[in-house]
Design a binder for this molecule. Structure first.
Ligand code: SF4
Ligand code: SF4
Length: 332
């Protein structure tokens, strides 16, 4: 009974967190409570309740506690600066626009279908793939303890873009929306891996480098990965692209962004891949290129060679930015 009670508190708190996140990104602008100091927000309360179980919630509660009150009009100005036009806003709040650059795309209709299948209809005039509606839906699912539908919705929709939306807001530096974005990204990343069912061996796809010399270690795949399953690690001598297969949700965003087509989604079981257990694997490694003058490490040799080939192998490329002017001066 105690265990069931604990689960219930957790799901109720998660539902509250989703609802407060939904309100903070509402299409009509910031809710009245957002004008208060962070400590008085329902979002803070929800994070505080989840803090014993969640590092993301703990970090967020600490960050929100630092936010002071501000007139609602000022909060509105922050909202408009990030999410309103004229023309293309700095940050899209619609899944279709965020992922594909256009409003009312296939995701919009797919999300609506999802809501209908769960017995929900959107009462507002807003498009169904608005971040606020997707978060409200997640809140409703968490409250119902509809774990399978929640996992499916995370896998197909919310998990594919809301973490990146959160990270974009975190990078904005806005005093109010950056911590909210950080919470959105961290909470979803923390929830994604365990919430999504691991698919059976032979059914799941994992990224793999099909041809090592095509990978320039540019790191774009790691930047778009919503769960941080991919990461670029740099030491003084080496750069490596690392996959944590336990965090991969097989969304394929890494494959789509890879310009050189070095990275392909492969079926687990193909080429010796196994997604059934957590493991880290180096997909690509390259030594760091060293400056010919001072010997300091620069970018990876893979990236430098790629750039050199494109611009005709100029000798100055082998020198770091500090040593380059002296080298060029000697040449002239
Ligand atoms: S796999 Fe592609 S996107 Fe990723 S680091 Fe290599 S070249 Fe860049
Ligand atoms: S498929 Fe690629 S982008 Fe998607 S979770 Fe896995 S590693 Fe990250």
């Amino acid at each position: 009974m105690a265990q069931a009670g604990a689960i219930n508190v957790m799901t109720t708190s998660a539902a509250g967190l989703y609802r407060a996140l939904s309100e903070s990104l509402a299409p009509e602008g910031p809710p009245a409570w957002l004008a208060r100091a962070g400590r008085e927000w329902p979002l803070f309360e929800a994070a505080l309740r989840l803090a014993p179980e969640s590092e993301a919630a703990q970090r967020a509660a600490t960050a929100m506690a630092e936010i002071g009150a501000e007139p609602h009009a000022e909060r509105g100005a922050r909202y408009r600066a990030l999410f309103s036009g004229p023309g293309r806003p700095p940050v899209w709040l619609y899944e279709s626009a965020f992922r594909n650059g256009r409003l009312l795309g296939p995701e919009t209709f797919a999300v609506e279908k999802f809501y209908r299948a769960a017995g929900m209809e959107t009462a507002s005039a807003e498009l169904p793939d608005h971040a606020s509606l997707e978060l409200a839906f997640l809140g409703w699912l968490a409250g119902q303890e509809a774990v399978d539908t929640e996992s499916e919705f995370l896998k197909k929709h919310a998990g594919r873009w809301l973490p990146e939306l959160g990270r974009t807001l975190a990078r904005s530096g806005d005093e109010v929306y950056a911590p909210i974005g950080q919470l959105l990204a961290d909470w979803l990343e923390e929830s994604l891996a365990p919430a999504l069912p691991r698919m059976k061996r032979g059914e799941v796809c994992l990224p793999a480098i099909s041809q090592a010399d095509l990978c320039t270690l540019c790191g774009f795949c790691a930047q778009v990965c919503p769960t941080r399953a991919l990461a670029v690690r740099e030491t003084a001598t080496e750069t490596a692209l690392i996959l944590d297969s336990a965090r991969c949700v097989a969304c394929g965003q890494c494959e789509r962004i890879c310009e050189t087509h070095a990275l392909k989604m492969n079926r687990a079981g193909d080429e010796g891949q196994d997604s059934s257990s957590s493991r880290r694997e180096v997909l690509r490694r390259s030594p760091r290129a060293m400056c010919r003058a001072c010997g300091e490490p620069m970018v990876s040799r893979a990236e430098l060679d790629f750039v050199a080939e494109r611009i005709g192998h100029p000798a100055w490329l082998e020198y770091c930015v500090e040593c380059r002017p002296a080298f060029l001066e000697k040449q002239s």
